[in-house]
Design a protein around this ligand. Structure first.
Ligand SMILES: CC(C)[C@H](C(=O)O)[C@@H](O)C(=O)O
Ligand code: SF4
Length: 472
């Protein structure tokens, strides 16, 4: 057997048939759906008179359009008529096809990429697909995950397979340790700022190195989740003891013997020592600082002690024009220090940063402090289980006492498809993954950062350096 990468091993072990030099027919272990990208797929299936081939390897979560206002889960109602229709349609489709759905009033509902791993449904070695780009999250657990389009959703529903063009292999090695006050969110913003929003386009990225193995399972999810913002088609971290512990704690359908066998099998899931990658990057974690985006693309990011770059720093006329447009939209002039930029809103949430460790971090920063009077700050936990745990741990109380709104789970202001929307011109410190024009509402201005940095901004009313203002 020639030496090969973890990515290729996962593809090979799921290849039903090689179709041509580039494409394979890939077997899908688990397919996750949301209310937003599945309707046409179900309609297409009905039109052809087909049923879902393997309903027990499918699941659904209502997350994009759901309201997060703090009403009790049992009374949760969608008041926007098109969104309500979408959710009702999804519920009917899943019921008709006998697919497990985490619906509007389910206490375990949440953001799909938070719900699936926390229930132990994502395991090393699996292929997991979803009609959503942030499916790359699952690489954190050694599973091959990536987003698919609606017509592909239909194909997966009908066949439990996908026609898949194999990606190229990229290795990103991160040596050393992340400094105090920085997190995997800062690391991924640093990487994207260096390699660019298209820097990993066409590649499956495998992360290796001391800084990666030191990360918790949840911190790894943040990293793999946002790797898609560098254009990657997948992100992977070879499973280790941290992965196995995280997964085994959550699995409820295996006994001890089966779990021990699974752990042994997962240990084999790694890149061979002499395997070759098509591209490689190397970073030093000690150079990572708390990062903040200044523009309208995730690669327009800087260490918090930096200043908005002059247009003369852009490489070429096209980038200069892009930067000009971004600065005009975001309302910042070149040379403005990032530290000190006043903010109106703070949003802590999304499949990037709304897990329990993120909320613990936020509570640590805001405990005994108050949100600045000029700021409206909200925390939207990633799922009902995260919300319950945060309440049990006293985190929710700390947040509420500090003046944060404590909401119900959902995608919320990550993309503003529900009624959590910024007003035009409002500036938001956000733990999300995309700062595109209009992402958090028409005219909204988004600065991506870590949960600790967003929490510190809520207290100060402006962007601050967590390392200075609050003991990191
Ligand atoms: C709505 C969905 C298709 C989209 C995605 O694919 O990522 C969304 O989740 C996002 O984050 O922009
Ligand atoms: S939380 Fe944001 S990034 Fe994640 S699935 Fe929802 S909209 Fe997409």
């Amino acid at each position: 057997m020639p030496a090969t990468t973890l990515y290729r091993k996962l593809v090979d072990s799921h290849t039903v048939e090689r179709l041509d030099v580039d494409n394979v027919l890939l077997y899908v272990d688990l397919h996750i759906m949301n209310e937003y990208t599945s309707p046409q797929a179900f309609a297409g299936l009905a039109q052809r008179g087909l049923r879902v081939r393997r309903p027990h390897q499918q699941m659904g979560v209502v997350d994009h359009v759901i309201p997060t206002s703090p009403m009790p889960i049992a009374a949760r109602t969608i008041n926007i008529p098109p969104a309500a229709r979408q959710a009702a349609n999804f519920s009917r489709n899943c019921a008709e096809q006998r697919i497990k759905l985490f619906d509007v009033r389910d206490p375990m509902q949440g953001i799909e990429h938070v719900v699936a791993p926390e229930l132990g449904l994502i395991r090393p070695g699996m292929v997991v697909l979803c009609g959503d780009s942030h499916t790359t999250t699952y690489g954190a657990l050694g599973a091959l995950g990536f987003g698919i389009g609606t017509s592909e959703v239909e194909h997966v529903l009908a066949t439990q397979t996908l026609v898949y063009r194999v990606a190229k292999d990229m290795r990103i090695q991160v040596d050393g340790r992340l400094p105090l006050g920085t997190t995997s969110k800062d690391l991924i913003l640093h990487i994207i700022a260096k390699i660019g929003a298209q820097g990993a386009r066409g590649y499956a990225v495998e992360y290796v190195g001391e800084a990666i193995t030191a990360l918790s399972a949840e911190a790894r999810m943040t990293l793999c989740n946002m790797t898609v913002e560098a254009g990657a088609r997948a992100a992977l971290i070879a499973p280790d003891a941290i992965t196995s512990d995280y997964v085994c704690e959550r699995i409820c359908d295996m006994d001890d013997t089966a779990l021990a066998a699974a752990r042994a099998a997962w240990r084999q899931l790694r890149t061979d020592a002499s395997a070759r990658f098509d591209a490689e990057h190397r970073f030093d974690a000690s150079e990572v600082a708390p990062y903040v985006t200044w523009g309208t693309s995730p690669d327009q990011a800087l260490p918090v002690n930096g200043t908005v770059p002059p247009l003369s720093d852009a490489s070429g006329d096209i980038e200069k024009a892009t930067w000009h447009k971004a600065l005009d939209y975001i309302g910042l002039a070149p040379g403005t220090p990032i530290e000190g930029i006043p903010i109106d809103r703070v949003f802590i949430g999304s499949c990037t940063n709304a897990r329990i460790e993120d909320l613990r971090e936020v509570a640590r920063v805001v405990r005994g402090r108050k949100v600045a009077p000029s700021v409206r700050a909200m925390v939207v936990p990633g799922s009902g289980l995260v919300r319950d745990q945060a309440e049990r741990e006293g985190i929710a109380q700390v947040l509420v006492e500090a003046g944060f709104e404590w909401r119900q789970p959902g995608c919320s202001m990550c993309l503003a498809m529900n009624d959590d929307v910024l007003a035009p011109g409002e500036r938001c410190a956000s733990t999300t993954n995309r700062n595109f024009e209009g992402r958090q509402g028409r005219g909204s201005r988004t600065h991506l950062m870590s949960p600790a940095m967003a929490a510190a901004a809520a207290i100060a009313g402006r962007i601050v350096d967590i390392r200075k203002e609050f003991r990191a």
